[in-house]
Design a protein around this ligand. Sequence first.
Ligand code: ADP
Length: 479
Amino acid sequence: MFKNLIGGEWVAGASASRNVNPSDTSDVVGEYAQADAAQTRQAIAAARQAFAGWSLSTPQQRFDILDAAGTEILARRAELGDLLAREEGKTLPEAIGEVQRAGNIFKFFAGEALRPGGEALPSVRPGVGVELTREPLGVVGIITPWNFPIAIPAWKIAPALAYGNCVVIKPAELVPASVWSLCEILSRCGLPQGVLNLVMGRGSEVGATLLEDRGVDAITFTGSVATGQKVAQACVARMAKFQLEMGGKNPMIVLDDADLGVAINCAVQSGFFSTGQRCTASSRVIVTEGIHDRFVAGVVERLKALKVDDARKAGTDIGPVVDATQLKQDLAYVAIAQGEGARLAFGGEAIEHNLDGRAGFYMRPALITEAAPQMRISREEVFGPVVSVTRVRDYDEALAQANDTPFGLAAGIATTSLKHATHFKRHAQAGMVMVNVPTAGVDYHVPFGGRKGSSYGPREQGRYAAEFYTVVKTAYTQA
Ligand code: ADP
């Protein structure tokens, strides 16, 4: 049984939960402790107690710990990647890439711990100086989703610690193993007791306790819109700082002048890889008339060649969907799209057994064409290997449709026109804009985040992470 980490001790939970491999439902990854509200409160209290010391730790101390964690994560990327693929279902190369990213993030924030910066400027009053510095927030509650089991926890834990905060993290119910391993590594890197606490368990109990307990100063959340709204309400009610990353319905525009190979590549990569389970996935492609049929034919050809199989098997292009509930939702959206009058150009059916006869949550990637902008398939996030294509006259119509969404995380365009690329970068209503590169798959050293209903609060990652994880102090001194 894998235990929770509270105040530097590994402790059994109130109950336990099985972590099941979505590629082979007869394979149990492990039994993971489930905390209850009381245990969550103990973790929060331990973090509070540790804060006084940790908030005054030196940059060197923080650098050494984060750097050591990054080194171990990178050294163990094959093993940790295998565990991640086994519990979540993305392919082994994708999972190893995600672990690599987590290691890089720890290295990056190790460096950031050394250069917190600040400003010194003269006051408007004679003889007075003004200093601006950043201080830690206190205890940060971290609530993470299942689709990036190690990268998202890493990009929240690393800056939280780098800037001197204590952490209580609650991973998603479906994927506790990767976070458990991450916390186990960190627990051996020199962190004082109570600085990092792990409470695995249910959102409605452990998550809700983090939201309500006044010992938690700030909440950083990635997950669904519905839960994000609960986080916002609970935090506003008690004036806690919060940051939300939620859904997307990311458009990718393909113009007549696009390089066809680039356009197909971007659409297939960001629509279907990682089984389409990325908040930055291009789930709707908006294509101008002159290239539409060639583009659709090219994507179908690529999809025919993709192998859907066990996530950890060599040669697999697309692993399973994460669980039965998500698979049901993905299939339901294919039916909804057809019911609304769109056409199923490829795939869209469940595959009960993989090529070895193992039962898992497999699905043939679905390409839907003739989707109209007002259809549910064009507006709602599916979060699976389901991409819809809409035909438009020209760039102006494409841009209007791209922006006609409650979301605003990422937006892409495939074009060789400098004019349209430049216009799109300025006018796409999204936090991240991609020209001739997939909407999914972003760098770890620059800000990540969206607009409108996709995100709330300061950006994550890169140097901009300091906005959330610190509070600014303005100090006046009369010499
Ligand atoms: P997803 O659809 O990605 O599972 P959720 O928003 O349901 O998105 O889950 C994201 C994270 O939020 C998970 O760790 C989950 O346990 C947690 N969570 C779910 N419900 C609540 C809640 N009421 N309060 C706090 N956290 C919650």
